[in-house]
Design a protein around this ligand. Structure first.
Ligand SMILES: NC(=O)C1=CN([C@@H]2O[C@H](COP(=O)(O)OP(=O)(O)OC[C@H]3O[C@@H](n4cnc5c(N)ncnc54)[C@H](OP(=O)(O)O)[C@@H]3O)[C@@H](O)[C@H]2O)C=CC1
Ligand SMILES: CC(C)(CO)C(=O)C(=O)O
Length: 307
């Protein structure tokens, strides 16, 4: 028997939100994207463009600037950057239906917790494995993967099954926090270094001494995770190294944000480790240096963007 379509809202119509929103709309779900005017107008005018697998798809989907677009949704996917979490939460809060499930599809380890504090309801952390970018207004380009690891909750299994049917492999795992932390540590190793040097991973890994600096950052992250009681994979450095080796041409999202004059998520990557280190008495000098240097670059790129 065919299951009824779900009503799904995406808060933050950017790369991640448009990619998953497009797949869900194509599978017949009633999707509303909530985003900025340029994207909303383009999507309203000619549909959402999705470049995937060497083809361009035009996906008819509702799009609005109004946070009230979450009203009546069975599921809200929160896909804003980590700096925008609280604001997005405050905007959505008055409109959420009582039974609506809220998932955080964001990098960083505390978005679900921060959103939960604003909304006063459960928010499920979801680890997102995808490479996607906005190619223009209402136009998303998919580069690879597209699977989710979903934190456990009463509704997680049922919803993950529906997403999997829609072509989004989603598995529920009690280890979602460990997976989020592993991703955070990868980001803490590469993102600032790539942003500061302007190099791709295949260029920076062979630089004498740089891997040792990255290893020091990873060791600090591991010490913080241990203090917080978060289990990590046994050889986390191998996991970190493998990511860079597998994508030699990649520059970090932090490097890309800086190049576009956008605020980075560094406060929620190395900056998070520094804050937690201070709170629990764990020294984090390498993460502190990475965080401060990227903040300095942000100031410079904002000043040049302003003229
Ligand atoms: N892109 C990728 O491949 C991956 C990204 N991630 C993570 O996913 C999260 C989302 O990233 P990504 O999709 O790349 O980011 P994007 O910047 O592409 O998308 C976020 C969008 O949400 C908009 N937005 C922010 N606040 C609001 C609001 N209150 N109402 C409406 N729209 C809003 C932003 O607008 P504006 O820019 O004007 O603020 C932006 O257009 C991040 O945490 C990222 O680290 C994880 C895995 C892969
Ligand atoms: C490319 C990757 C996986 C590692 O830095 C990433 O998540 C990012 O750039 O934010």
């Amino acid at each position: 028997m065919k299951m009824a379509a779900m009503k799904i809202a995406v808060m933050g119509a950017g790369a991640v939100g448009c990619y998953f929103g497009a797949l869900l709309a194509r599978a017949g779900h009633d999707v509303t994207l909530i985003g900025r005017l340029g994207h909303v107008e383009a999507i309203g005018h000619r549909g959402l463009l999705l470049d995937m697998g060497g083809r361009r798809h035009t996906v008819p989907v509702a799009a609005t600037e109004a946070p009230a677009g979450v009203a009546g949704a069975d599921l809200v996917l929160v896909c804003v950057k980590s700096n925008d979490t609280e604001e997005a939460g405050r905007q959505m809060a008055p409109h959420l239906a009582p039974e609506c499930a809220v998932w955080s599809l964001q990098n960083g380890v505390d978005n679900a917790e921060r959103l939960q504090a604003v909304l006063g309801r459960e928010v499920v952390p979801v680890v997102v494995y995808v490479a996607a970018e906005m190619a223009g207004p209402g136009h998303v380009r998919h580069h690879g993967r597209g699977d989710l690891v979903v934190g456990p909750s009463g509704a997680s299994e049922g919803l993950a099954a529906r997403l999997t049917e829609a072509g989004i492999p989603a598995r529920v795992s009690a280890d979602a926090l460990t997976a989020l932390w592993t991703k955070l540590i990868v980001n803490c190793a590469y993102n600032a270094v790539s942003a500061i040097t302007g190099q791709a991973y295949g260029e920076l890994l062979p630089v004498p001494g740089l891997q040792e600096v990255m290893q020091d950052a990873v060791q600090e992250c591991t010490a913080v995770a241990l203090r917080l009681g978060v289990p990590l994979p046994a050889d986390i450095w191998t996991t970190v190294l493998d990511v860079g080796v597998a994508m030699p041409g990649q520059r970090s999202s932090t490097a890309q944000d800086l190049a576009r004059g956008r605020r980075t998520e560094i406060d929620h990557l190395n900056g998070y480790i520094v804050r937690k280190g201070l709170e629990f008495g764990v020294p984090t000098p390498v993460n502190r240096a990475m965080h401060s240097l990227v903040r300095a670059l942000e100031t410079r790129s904002a000043a040049s963007a302003g003229g």
